[in-house]
Write a protein that binds this ligand. Sequence first.
Ligand SMILES: CC(C)(COP(=O)(O)OP(=O)(O)OC[C@H]1O[C@@H](n2cnc3c(N)ncnc32)[C@H](O)[C@@H]1OP(=O)(O)O)[C@@H](O)C(=O)NCCC(=O)NCCS
Length: 205
Amino acid sequence: MDLWLSKGHVVDGLWVGSFRPEAKPAIRRILPAKRSPGIGMPYLMRTPALEELPALSALCFRSKAIWGYDDDFMEMCRRELSFDALELRSTSIVVAEEHGKIVGVAQVKVVGKEADLLKLFVEPSALSGGVGRALLAWAAAKVASLGADKLVIEADPDAAPFYRRMGAEDCGVVPSGSIAGRLLPKLVMDLSLPSRTPLPSPSSS
Ligand SMILES: CC(C)(COP(=O)(O)OP(=O)(O)OC[C@H]1O[C@@H](n2cnc3c(N)ncnc32)[C@H](O)[C@@H]1OP(=O)(O)O)[C@@H](O)C(=O)NCCC(=O)NCCS
């Protein structure tokens, strides 16, 4: 079921949009998700359809390219930036929609008590409007509902400050899955512990 994000929303029976007293501290920290600026319309969060996956892969590619990588680098990343049909079953995927347009996508996979954030990409025209925060809030709540107490993030170096801002902590580096010899920051969001630096809610900033 999909509901709007303005006063909180439910995706697959999961509340991710606003404060809920019994929510785990790390999830509470990210919530409430921001509205889009200006117009005040909420994001709709929903599972994508099979036929939307190629467009979502293209969104990830466009989004990654905002950091200024050259064409060769981007081509080497293409596989990692693409969705496979089987992933609709083996992972959890959500899109954020605004005015009927997809403005971001996230993908998580849970293995035991740990979960991986496989993708989190915002449409370049929608950057800095709270879509990333909304998607990460969904990711944290989704994996917690599936039994994970940690969300592991292998971040693009330019995106790492965003995850730190959202409460994730550095946990070393990992080799890139696309570029031989490249190391990426590894961050972990502990879903069971309160943050040392609580994230201010959008309304207080
Ligand atoms: C990183 C990314 C997901 C952030 O999404 P976004 O929608 O622009 O971020 P939001 O508007 O939700 O920002 C939430 C907060 O994080 C901060 N923030 C966002 N991106 C940041 C960055 N790169 N560095 C530092 N802070 C950042 C915002 O200022 C905001 O702070 P606030 O709490 O003071 O309001 C987006 O830049 C993106 O898709 N980048 C390209 C693809 C990519 O690298 N994805 C990550 C793959 S690991």
